[in-house]
Design a protein around this ligand. Structure first.
Ligand SMILES: O=P(O)(O)OC[C@H]1O[C@](O)(COP(=O)(O)O)[C@@H](O)[C@@H]1O
Ligand SMILES: [Mn+2]
Length: 640
């Protein structure tokens, strides 16, 4: 085995000297400061706000500008920052305001600032990495210019002549755009998305397209992502939930236009059986306007899909006793003549409960029409190439959790008992908890998507469990009260009790125990999304003495009333960790013209005594192993 491995390794090098060069190269990289990691979560389709946070690197671009140009005042920094965030828009705006000469002067001046900044931002990377950050078209020229920008006076003429030529060819603006992209790339090295890209907001598809284009990104699945993945795994139940939520938030365009899914048969069905009901009024954001007709359609669609969801859920509960969801079999607790429901021994009147297709004797049964309808719809979902590409990407880059550079990233929680013990989930005679439980879930996520034709198998059903189950690390609550929220007035029935994790995570000892369970150093952090931090009510995003950070601050507009801000993001660079809170994002126009930015406050989470180097990171550890192997190969080169 070893022999074969070293033979293969040797094939990658033309000579013994080449091995040595690689050893020196990798060893040098290991000593460089670690790249900046950027964490975001709970994006919920809010592409514009996400795009802005990506572009400003949660404040890191401005920070780099201030370090690189200490003499510039805040307005000048802000002007330059906007050019880096939105180069196309900023240049267009300048071009329309300035004379031709003044615009040419503006381009030259700013190109020089950007070159100096690229040089500064690239200092902590190898030359080859900096080269790769430049787009191929301008790679050579940018390398030359970057090198010469601070050169001696005799080289000045050379530098000037290149710029003049570019200006003459009308290429200066393009070069600035390319350079701005490279600066952003050099400032933030890697992005973590800690779950919930989908639902509630208008453009999850644009977010995923953007993520696909990024060089270095990983995703920890959120409950709202899993439910979309479940549809492609073959779950009609998940499909009803996805359409229900899209109708609730007025986002059918995602399905019909972005993913090209034909909902016509469902629309006709909903129109035929349902009348609008106040509890199903779509939740629109401020300033969003829909006609009465559109609102009514969304209302009816939401009702139709809710009822179909409850029917299919009832069937799942019956075939999966091991999920312990019997208490959620709501359709079986209804007295259809009296229009009442019994829940945990108490009776409640149902308000505006329309169930024209339910047979009280067999409430979980689909009518023949519904069976055909669901088949058609599922086929339409599966036929969307774009949706398939997006879900494949979530599978490729995503996981249930990630241990990365000492930190543990999980969207929701680690299910615990009140006393802090890991909560068990029993399946096929085995008990799973802690890391093993999350590994089990991940195994089934992948299995369900590997077999999309198996629609009611254990793996596919487990994806639904991840959405509503008591031991789901993505849900983290006792039960989901969707039915009660729609049809029961008594608000006490709407409460979704959180898993004890959400209390216990305030305690550093809990965090240490969890990290240990994942085989990680107790000095690390847990990073969660999922539960909006209600700053307005005094809740703190940094918990357990800085060992746990919750970064769901409400990118999602409907939740901003509760959080009081518009999202948190986290930065982890070689000096430590910083949490940034964001104000609501207005528009690109406001950002370009007024320089409005959305990072409001930055809070230090952790500061390390010694700058963290590449050798201390996940990738660095791999490099160290490779170096060891290469050294062995170097010493025994002739043997292989
Ligand atoms: O705000 P809505 O649309 O009523 O959704 C509420 C539902 O969303 C959930 O909070 C899950 O979504 P999150 O992952 O964003 O928390 C459920 O627990 C709850 O029943
Ligand atoms: Mn969530």
């Amino acid at each position: 085995m070893d022999e074969k491995y070293y033979k293969l390794l040797k094939e990658q090098f033309v000579s013994k000297e080449a091995v040595l060069t690689e050893i020196i190269n990798l060893s040098a990289i290991c000593e460089l400061p670690k790249g900046t990691e950027h964490f975001v979560s709970d994006l919920h389709g809010e592409y514009d706000a996400f795009n802005h946070v990506l572009r400003n690197g949660s404040g890191s671009i401005k920070e780099k500008l201030r370090e690189c140009f200490p003499d510039l005042d805040p307005t000048e920094i802000s002007e330059l920052a906007t050019l880096i965030y939105y180069p196309e828009e900023k240049l267009a705006s300048k071009e329309s305001q300035l004379s031709q000469d003044a615009f040419a002067y503006y381009c030259r001046e700013n190109l020089i600032f950007l070159l100096k900044l690229a040089r500064f931002a690239g200092k902590k990377y190898t030359r080859s990495k900096v080269r790769k950050a430049f787009p191929e078209k301008f790679r050579y020229i940018l390398e030359e210019l970057k090198h010469e920008v601070e050169s001696s006076s005799e080289k000045q003429a050379y530098f000037d002549s290149i710029i003049e030529k570019l200006q003459h060819l009308g290429e200066l603006p393009n070069l600035i755009i390319a350079l701005a992209d490279s600066v952003r790339r050099l400032t933030v090295d890697h992005l973590h998305v800690v779950g919930d890209i989908y639902d509630r907001g208008p453009y999850p598809d644009k977010i995923i397209d953007r993520l696909i284009s990024m060089p270095s990104v990983d995703i920890q699945w959120g409950n709202h992502d899993i439910i979309w993945m479940a549809v492609l795994a073959g779950s009609s139940l998940a499909m009803m939930n996805v359409i229900r939520i899209s109708s609730r938030y007025g986002n059918l365009d995602i399905l019909e236009d972005s993913y090209g899914i034909n909902l016509r048969p469902l629309i006709e069905y909903a129109e035929r059986y349902y009348e609008p009901s106040p509890a199903f009024a779509p939740r629109l954001t401020e300033g969003e306007y829909l006609s009465q007709e559109e609102c009514d359609l969304l209302n009816k669609l939401q009702q139709a899909t809710a009822i179909l969801q409850f029917k299919l859920e009832s069937q799942l509960i019956a075939r999966r006793p091991e999920f312990h969801l019997a208490e959620r079999d709501v359709l079986h607790f209804i007295n259809y003549e009296e229009n009442r429901i019994e829940l945990k021994g108490k009776f409640y009147d149902l308000k505006e409960f329309q169930a024209p297709t339910i047979n009280p004797d067999e409430p979980e049964e689909l009518t023949d029409e519904e069976k055909i309808l669901l088949k058609k719809l599922l086929k339409n979902f599966k036929a969307s190439q774009k949706l398939k590409q997006h879900i494949d990407f979530l599978l490729e880059k995503g996981s249930m959790y990630l241990s990365y550079n000492g930190n543990l990233l999980i969207h929701g929680c680690l299910p615990l008992h009140e006393n802090g013990d890991f909560k068990c989930f029993r399946l096929e005679g085995e008990a799973y908890s802690g890391r093993e439980l999350l590994d089990l879930f991940e195994y089934h996520v992948r299995k369900s998507l590997a077999h999309p034709d198996r629609e009611e198998d254990l793996s596919t059903d487990l994806l639904w469990y991840l959405w509503v189950g008591e031991s789901s690390s993505l849900f983290g609550k006792e039960a989901m009260t969707t039915f009660e929220r729609y049809y029961i007035a008594d608000k006490a029935t709407h409460v979704e009790k959180k898993n004890p994790y959400y209390q216990l995570r305030e305690n550093p000892e809990t965090i240490s125990r969890i990290l240990k369970n994942f085989g990680m150093d107790e000095k690390g952090h847990i990073i969660n999304g999922h539960t909006p931090v209600k700053e307005r009510k005094g809740e703190a995003p940094i918990k357990a003495g800085g060992k746990l950070i919750v970064i769901d601050g409400g990118f999602s507009k409907p939740y901003q009333k509760e959080t009081g801000i518009a999202g948190y993001t986290l930065l982890y660079n070689s000096y430590g960790m910083q949490l940034a809170a964001h104000e609501p994002f207005k528009t690109i126009k406001a950002a370009v013209e007024e320089g409005s930015d959305i990072v409001s406050v930055k809070r230090l989470v952790d500061r390390v005594e010694k700058r963290t180097c590449v050798k201390d990171t996940n990738i660095g550890k791999e490099f160290l192993k490779t170096i060891e192997d290469l050294e062995y190969l170097f010493e025994n080169y002739e043997k292989y």
